[in-house]
Design a protein. Structure first.
Length: 139
């Protein structure tokens, strides 16, 4: 099956802080990231499915763009993630948590038979996280 990836970009700020810890512990774990700082994120959304024999496409790419724009980009772009997005109220705004959030926002909205395959979020040129969805138990 082919895999189709659409790339999106957004800018957002965040800071890392754990209220259970004092400043020294926060600084030891998070370093300078205890201060508000921003990133130019690059988001890759990868879907898979059978190729439609009429269109030649795996999916309607416009639908994917609409879903991601409405439910991810419009929520995260130019916000302070840890303050402005309720989902992060008790979570660190890490790329690890961001890919979980993004998956939750869009996976159920992608029309079958197309299936969300992977979320890849690049925070810096050297840091990115990939997520292939929740693990399903075979039991």
């Amino acid at each position: 099956m082919p895999y189709l990836t659409k790339q999106f970009k957004f800018c957002a700020a965040h800071k890392y802080w754990n209220n259970k810890w004092d400043y020294d512990k926060n600084y030891k774990v998070f370093g300078e990231d205890v201060r508000i700082h921003g990133h130019n994120y690059v988001l890759d959304v990868t879907v898979t499915g059978e190729i439609n024999s009429d269109s030649g496409f795996v999916c309607d790419l416009q639908e994917i763009k609409t879903i991601v724009s409405k439910d991810v980009i419009n929520v995260l772009d130019h916000c302070q993630i840890d303050k402005d997005v309720e989902w992060f109220k008790d979570k660190q705004p890490s790329t690890e948590n961001l890919v979980l959030f993004i998956w939750e926002q869009i996976s159920s909205k992608i029309k079958k038979p197309t299936k969300l395959y992977k979320i890849k979020l690049r925070e810096t040129p050297t840091i990115f996280t990939e997520y292939f969805g929740p693990k399903v138990n075979a039991d």
